[in-house]
Design a protein around this ligand. Sequence first.
Ligand code: IDP
Ligand code: MG
Length: 145
Amino acid sequence: MEHTVVERTLAILKPDCVRKHLIGEVVARIEKAGFTVLAMKKVRLSKESAGGFYAVHKGRPFYDGLVEFMSSGPCVPIALEKENAVADYRTLIGATDPKDAAPGTIRKLFADNKGENIVHGSDSPENGLSEINYFFSSKELIEVG
Ligand code: IDP
Ligand code: MG
């Protein structure tokens, strides 16, 4: 059967989300969509740690601005678990550019532009696990029980 594999994905509530006081609003939408929060914290990324997290985009025209933005204020990484988590979370947040995002998605509702787009989401189950490890130790990931 499709969509029955439990996956993990990393969400980050980006600095614009924190500045707009939308942490609770966005976490509520994530939980209502069926995700389990395994871990969550507020961190202020250095340029080095933001750059390391987005190293795959190094050399792209938007990279320097992205690193600047992600280190411009605190953000909230959240480790999530759910069946089909990676694809379902990306459906919930919508396209990278809010102009292209489907109605009702988190980016369509709250994002100002393609750079400042409220949330991050992993793009594969493998990257979900490695991105969670970038922010959380295994003992910080607490299952429901
Ligand atoms: P994603 O976050 O939807 O996976 P990616 O293509 O992986 O999108 O890009 C990572 C992040 O880099 C985006 O969320 C956005 O903040 C920023 N970004 C990507 N493309 C652009 C662009 O063309 N202009 C400005 N910022 C961009
Ligand atoms: Mg991406």
